[in-house]
Design a protein around this ligand. Structure first.
Ligand code: G3P
Length: 234
């Protein structure tokens, strides 16, 4: 099975650049990335993204914090494009499971990306409220879990296993920390991995030999010692 690469991004110029790449199958955004990219008007900014990425899947997140707002925002965001996946947090900021709204949106066949997921237990709860025909991505935040000293690998392995009965569910490795995460995601049979632009470029250059790496490393240290004019008297 192929592990699809999405680009975790909000900057419009970079989206233009990465949209042309064959290696990139889709895009994910979030309010933090949008804010960093300078977005002021959420709807207009999202629509600018959708004007660039007309064919590839794109996840756009709701920012409501209760069932009603999330439901309304999801319907709006969904109407902005056929390639949109509405990103719904698994719980709200009070820790309340958003199962009810996920279930309702499923009935309307709204494609969703359930986000901020960390455990297979959460995945199991999500799978209980969805139907079998709606396309659902479930995003596990692997990097943030390991940042907190947790081992996220057993959680993603169990999540992939649980998702096997649902042919429209894809498990996404989110919160990437290093290029090697792509190899790990492939080995585990993860459906998708979403990767920041700079790490995608490193993945495109995979394959250097150990000999080449060692020479490059030594050269860098040598060049920097020359540039700094380091000297030891002997
Ligand atoms: O877009 C969701 C996720 O990939 C965020 O990653 O690096 O902010 O933990 P990060």
């Amino acid at each position: 099975m192929k592990t699809k690469i999405f680009c975790d991004i909000a900057d419009l110029k970079l989206i233009k650049f990465f949209n042309k790449k064959k290696i990139v199958d889709g895009f994910t955004t979030n309010p933090t990335l949008m804010r960093k990219a300078g977005a002021k008007n959420y709807k207009l900014y999202s629509q600018q993204i959708l004007k660039i990425a007309t064919k590839k899947k794109i996840s756009l997140e709701v920012f409501g914090d209760n069932y009603k707002d999330i439901h309304k925002q999801a319907l709006k965001i969904n109407s902005w494009g056929k390639n949109v996946y509405v990103k719904i947090p698994v719980v709200n900021s009070k820790g309340l499971f958003m199962g009810k709204v996920i279930k309702e949106l499923c009935k309307k066949n709204i494609k969703m990306n359930i986000t901020a997921v960390y455990t297979s237990q959460q995945v199991s709860k999500i799978l209980k409220v969805i139907n079998k025909k709606t396309k659902i991505i479930i995003s596990l935040f692997i990097g943030r879990a390991s940042d907190a000293g947790k081992d996220p690998i057993p959680e993603i392995i169990k999540s992939i296993k649980l998702s096997k009965k649902f042919k429209n569910v894809e498990i996404l490795w989110a919160s990437v920390r290093e290029p090697y995460n792509y190899i790990q995601a492939k080995q585990l049979g993860c459906h998708i991995i979403t990767i920041p632009p700079s790490i995608i470029e490193k993945i495109e250059n995979f394959g250097k030999s150990y000999d080449k790496l060692t020479i490059e490393t030594v050269k860098t240290f040598l060049n920097d010692s020359k540039k700094s004019n380091f000297k030891i008297d002997y």
